[in-house]
Ligand binder design. Structure first.
Ligand SMILES: NC(=O)c1ccc[n+]([C@@H]2O[C@H](COP(=O)([O-])OP(=O)(O)OC[C@H]3O[C@@H](n4cnc5c(N)ncnc54)[C@H](OP(=O)(O)O)[C@@H]3O)[C@@H](O)[C@H]2O)c1
Length: 265
């Protein structure tokens, strides 16, 4: 049997207890990567680790922690080191959104999106980046959103947090060009997962205007793109068109359109 591309390498996947993160972890395990799975829900993480380890013959360990706590990225990196492990592929997938006007939710909820979606993602990337460059392989797969392509009235902080992820990822893709290190920004549109429940986006017009994609289909497209060092992967043909179109529309038109889509049903 031929050696799988990830054999002897380790992937750290954040937000790997449910949704897209579990499926990204499965794609990596299929390719032979050992896994370190991180999220808050310890028992669910352990179940995912046991299932993927058994199904794909890889090692899978877990770290249960809240990545929205300032300094959690460093704590996770130290824990990985303490276990004598390295990270060849980093998948920054953990994230959440919250629908509504800016002050309709509390400040902690709004700041928490920056802490998890951006701060922890940057912290982990920073801490593993030099090792990747030194090894001239591996890389970072960041999960943003189609929200990254325009401002999002009535979900402003989430959209802005994902614009940060897209901008950072594209810049790092360029910095890493020619080094052997891959950087891909996965930008899903609506996807079947627990995201909608936490974000409250089931009650806005966008939910009626779109059909969510299965999370494995999103994960597979993202992972295949990462393998080819594709800079940006937007899932779903309609989402590709919309994400590209907004660059050519007047900003005021885009703001009005998104405000309408993010309005309550
Ligand atoms: N679903 C969509 O429609 C959609 C569309 C575009 C982009 N995305 C992005 O895709 C990514 C994955 O979301 P999903 O759709 O798979 O949603 P999900 O089912 O809610 O999964 C989110 C994952 O992140 C983890 N997580 C949440 N808060 C965390 C925290 N404070 N610390 C550590 N881990 C935390 C969750 O685990 P615990 O609860 O156990 O911590 C879970 O594993 C997110 O970045 C999201 O913004 C989703």
């Amino acid at each position: 049997m031929s050696k799988k591309p990830g054999t002897g390498q380790t992937a750290l996947v954040t937000g790997a207890s449910t949704g897209i993160g579990v499926d990204l972890a499965e794609c990596l395990a299929e390719d032979g990567y050992d896994l370190i799975l991180a999220a808050r829900s310890e028992s669910v993480l352990s179940e995912v680790a046991a299932r993927l380890s058994k199904a794909h013959g890889v090692k899978a360990s877990t770290v249960a922690l809240d990545l929205a706590v300032v300094g959690a990225g460093k704590k996770l990196a130290e824990e990985v080191k303490r276990r004598g492990l390295g990270v060849d592929v980093l998948v920054n997938n953990a994230g959440y959104g919250h629908a509504g006007a800016l002050t309709a939710s509390d400040l902690d909820t709004q700041l928490g999106m920056i802490d998890l979606n951006d701060r922890a993602l940057l912290e982990l990337t920073y801490l593993f980046w030099n090792d990747m460059l030194a090894k001239k392989r591996g890389g970072v797969l960041n999960v943003a959103s189609t929200a990254a392509f325009q401002p999002g009235p009535l979900m402003a902080v989430y959209y802005a947090s994902k614009a940060f992820v897209l901008s950072l990822s594209e810049a790092l893709w360029e910095e890493a060009r020619g080094t052997g290190v891959h950087v891909t920004c996965l930008c899903p549109g609506p996807t079947v997962s627990k995201f909608r429940e936490r974000a409250g986006t089931g009650k806005v017009k966008l939910a009626k205007a779109s059909t969510p994609m299965p999370s494995m289909s999103v994960a597979r497209q993202g992972y295949e793109g990462f393998k080819r060092n594709k800079r940006v992967v937007i899932t779903g043909a309609r989402n590709v068109v919309m994400a590209r179109l907004v660059a050519f529309l007047p900003r005021r038109t885009v703001l009005g359109l998104v405000r309408n889509l993010q309005s309550p049903l």
